[in-house]
Structure formats: C-alpha cells, structure tokens
Write a protein that binds this ligand. Sequence first.
Ligand SMILES: [Zn+2]
Length: 296
Amino acid sequence: MKESSIITNPYQDITTIVKLKGKDVKVHALCTGTVATKVNFRTKKGPGFISKLNILFDSQYTEYMPIWVWVIEHPEGIVMIDTGEIAAVNNPDYLVHESAYARFIADSISKFQIDEKEELDRKLAGVKLKTEDVKLIILTHLHLDHTDGIRFFPKTEFMVNEYEYKHPYSNLPTTYPSWFKPNTVKYKPNRVEVFDAAYPITSSGDLLYVPTPGHTNGHSSIIFKTDDFDIVFAGDISYTQEQVISGELPGAHIDFDKSKQTYQNIMAYAKQRKTVYLPSHDGNAAQRLNSRGFLV
Ligand SMILES: [Zn+2]
C-alpha cells in the first residue's frame, strides 16, 4: 500500500428505502474511503500464474474506487455487510506484524485514500446510527478492506463462512482485534434459485448467505429479497457490474474457474428475478440501488 497525500472521494453515501412486507426499510451505502489497485489486479492479463506476475510487474493503477459498506435497518435488527477500511492503513508500520511476503504483496497491489471522517463509526453517525445499534455483521471475505472496521464493533455478532475463516486467502490476521471470534457458518443444502446451498440469516428468510467463490475459495454474498426486487451484496465477485456482464475476470481472483461459475450463477439468478447487483468497489453501486438499476 502506498500513501497518497491528496484525499478526494467523489462517492456519496446514499440511503435507499425498499419495501419489506409492505413496510419501509432503509438500506445505507456508506463509503469508507477509496482504493486503487494495479490495473492487472482488477482485470486479468494472461493465463494462470502469469496473470499474478503481471500484477506485480504492472506500473499502472486504476482510478480510486469506493470501499462500500452496506447497512440494512432490518426489522429483525440492523445488519451490516463488511466493515470497510480505516485511515491507519496508510501508517508505514501498519502491517509490521505480518510476514515480509505479506507486506510485499500488500504494497504491490493497492493504495488507499482514507480519511478518519470516512471510518465506519463516523459514517454510521452520519445516518443517525451508533456502532452498538448494529446487531449482526456479515463478512463476504477476510481481505483487509472488508475487515479493518471490525475494531469498532466489540459487542456485535459477526458471521463468516466457515471455509473462508479456516482457509483464508491473502488475509492479514494481525490486523484483527484480539477479541475477534466470528460465528462461522456452513451453508445448508437447500437450493435457492441457482445456488445449491445457502444459509438463512434472518428467521423470515429474506436475507440469505450464498456461496460465490472465486475471489477467495470461501467468498460469500448476501441476497436480500425485498417485496419488489432482490439485492445481491456481491463483495468482490467482480469489481464492477460490467465485468460480470462481459465475463471479464479480475486478476486478483484465486480460482478463475470458480469465478466463471459464480458469474454464470449471478447472471442466471438475475434472469429469474429482478436483481440489483452491488460489488463492494463499484463506483455506480449506491446510485444503482437507489435508481433500481437491474442487472438484466
Ligand atoms: Zn477482496
């Protein structure tokens, strides 16, 4: 990670109101700063292992992309998806307890622009919520820009896919708070449309945790079935909606074959149900939810 001195964030927090059993439910898109990655990290160049070398040797960065956190004011309790990034990520010694290899990789793939005003406790205050109001935090995967805000929620229940927790890929565990002990869950083999397994998050079954591997082996997404359409909180399945439509894979992903299957599942799902697709770093995601921009 390389520091950049000028902090500019063009991405606005947006609150969208959806209907659930006829009642209004707020969904907040909160931008916890921005990240730029190597171009070949966002877009795969070359086959297999070569694509990984092409990330390290790439000198070009993408534009700064948002780091979205999603908050649903669900009637069963406030649910948050991922925890975003924090300003301390740019401290030179932030990863001092990680291995030299892990630090080298982190420095070689991305750079952040994060202001303390963009950290999650302040962002929640901006929508009149306190950190202790959040009942459940669901993690799509364990990469730094999805886990660094964990520290604000010592009293909140965390949920993560058991496989992701036991077999993480490129996570930086020395950055977790010492108290971080998430509830690990296994999918249940009940078929939800195109997904052959899912874990029901709410007792009403309107929030589901589904396997979307490829970015990491245990990567998961969250489906929210509102009265009028479905929302897929997609984590890092892809960096943009355009990628999943065109089939363009990120070089970042650990398993390109699994990614292709996940892309097919998402597109098949969107053909069956009206779906708003929300990757964590898609510059248009918050606006697309607000304007009901469906994937298909
Ligand atoms: Zn990631």
